[in-house]
Design a protein around this ligand. Structure first.
Ligand SMILES: [Zn+2]
Length: 139
């Protein structure tokens, strides 16, 4: 369960017995891989704690602001799994994503209805279809 940043920070303060459990810059390199997230993050929205003080794997709700000014809450992991995290040139924001609802209709994927039981039941002479599903994302 993600915590809000206050609870998360206070817990780190207690466990590390320091007022500043993670000095500024501790995770600069890790976050440098996500320039769009660095851009969306503002310390003044997060108790003046900088992004470089937050481990990228921390289970904590952070407040982010997109270029259009929308505020939203997400954990680092959620953010890193979003398009803005992967595609360095585009940021992701739930409000903007809503506004830019896709106009194109994607071609329907074939239904994954070929669920054969793992054991036992003999099929009536039918050849077993070897289905290989690829989940590769071609973004
Ligand atoms: Zn936005």
């Amino acid at each position: 369960m993600p915590e809000n940043i206050e609870a998360w920070w206070e817990r780190r303060q207690r466990s590390k017995e320091r007022a500043v459990p993670y000095p500024v810059g501790s995770y600069r390199e890790e976050w440098a891989m996500y320039p769009m997230l660095v851009r969306q993050y503002h310390p003044d929205l997060n108790r003046m704690i900088t992004l470089t003080q937050i481990p990228p794997a921390a289970d904590v709700y952070l407040t982010w602001q997109c270029d259009a000014g929308h505020l939203f809450v997400a954990t680092p992991e959620e953010q890193r799994s979003r398009p803005g995290g992967r595609r360095r040139r585009s940021a992701w924001c739930p409000v903007c994503a809503d506004l830019a609802a896709p106009r194109r209709i994607r071609p329907a994927e074939p239904p994954a209805s070929a669920s054969a039981p793992a054991t036992g039941r003999p099929t009536a002479g039918g050849p077993r279809a070897a289905t290989r599903s690829s989940t590769a994302c071609s973004g």
